[in-house]
Ligand binder design. Structure first.
Ligand code: HEC
Ligand code: HEC
Ligand code: HEC
Ligand code: HEC
Length: 209
């Protein structure tokens, strides 16, 4: 009897584990059993175009943008490039600090308008979630479980939808370290002021007598 229950338990565990293989970004597994219609979980997709500003303005005063391919179609890719400070001809000032990876471990040397996955397939510039998750599987798993990346909206998806950030909302792909915040002491209360109530000294005359 106990053996049968045991086998059933293991089977249930295994099937949950197998199901977890096809998790998709933002898919919510725990809420599905609640019944009722579930509102969607939307992952923000920033509108990133494969364009850079030339620094010049057109006749209407708008910045002149050029496609990556305009220049890169006529240039040999530099597979060694791995630092911002080495860029002298263009993209000067690009701050880069992301392990010791080269630029072309993420950018697609076949088509600079796109990024590339580890297997060489091209993905759009704004598909950072797919890109980052290949190397940061741990954070991606945490993201899917709601422990990384934050969200706004409803916990209970039967009541309303939810919006989730994408990786580059918080991390610059070129220098992804989240800026550290230095803890400081809270401001000192002004002498004579009661910090707990923010009362002025005059309203508490009796305390000081
Ligand atoms: C006006 C021309 C121009 C445009 C437009 C341009 N680049 Fe570049 N790019 C360059 C030049 C020149 C270099 C080499 C800079 C150096 O090594 O000093 C470079 C270097 C790079 C590198 C380093 C690897 C390599 O092959 O040199 C990457 C990655 C890159 N560009 C990505 C892009 C992306 C993505 C875009 C579009 C968003 C873009 N570039 C648009 C001129 C351009
Ligand atoms: C970890 C992956 C990764 C690496 C490595 C990387 N990039 Fe990028 N890069 C991205 C992503 C993602 C975007 C699009 C999102 C954005 O614009 O912030 C981007 C955008 C760009 C752009 C267009 C927008 C902009 O910031 O001007 C340029 C130019 C560029 N990268 C150049 C480079 C160069 C040069 C290097 C190497 C010094 C490099 N990248 C290394 C992921 C990467
Ligand atoms: C090709 C593999 C690869 C890709 C793709 C990649 N990373 Fe990384 N990432 C690394 C490596 C390697 C390190 C450095 C680890 C170390 O130094 O310990 C790193 C470090 C980091 C760190 C820690 C930085 C620090 O200094 O503490 C963050 C945050 C990060 N990556 C975010 C991202 C984001 C966001 C993306 C997508 C835009 C991304 N990564 C794409 C390989 C990758
Ligand atoms: C809401 C903002 C936010 C989003 C969205 C976000 N992160 Fe982070 N991430 C952080 C913060 C904050 C830290 C720093 C935690 C710390 O320093 O302890 C961090 C740390 C990291 C680290 C470094 C971990 C370490 O131990 O040093 C990696 C790698 C990373 N994130 C990858 C990702 C990936 C991949 C995504 C997209 C699936 C993502 N992050 C989305 C806020 C975010």
């Amino acid at each position: 009897m106990i053996a049968v229950i045991g086998i059933g338990f293991v089977a249930a565990l295994v099937s949950t584990w197998m199901k977890s293989d096809d998790w998709k970004p933002g898919r919510v597994t725990t809420e599905a059993s609640g019944g009722g219609e579930l509102h969607p979980v939307t992952i923000r997709q920033p509108d990133i175009q494969p364009l850079v500003a030339t620094g010049e303005l057109d006749a209407h005063g708008k910045p002149v943008m050029v496609a990556c391919a305009t220049c890169h179609d006529n240039r040999d890719p530099n597979y060694q490039a791995n630092s911002g400070s080495a860029l002298e001809e263009f993209h000067q000032g690009l701050k880069y600090d992301h392990g010791n990876q080269t630029c072309l471990s993420c950018h697609n040397s076949e088509d600079y308008n796109t990024l590339k996955q580890a297997d060489g397939r091209a993905i759009a510039l704004n598909e950072s979630m797919t890109l980052c998750s290949q190397c940061h599987a741990l954070q991606h798993r945490d993201y899917q479980n709601g422990m990384h990346g934050g969200m706004t909206g409803y916990w209970d998806l039967t009541r309303g939808g939810r919006t989730r950030n994408t990786c580059i909302d918080c991390h610059d792909p070129h220098h992804p370290k989240f800026p550290t915040v230095t803890p400081v002491f809270p401001p000192k209360p002004v002498i004579g002021e009661n910090p707990a109530t923010h009362d002025t000294p005059s309203s508490h005359h009796e305390n000081h007598e």
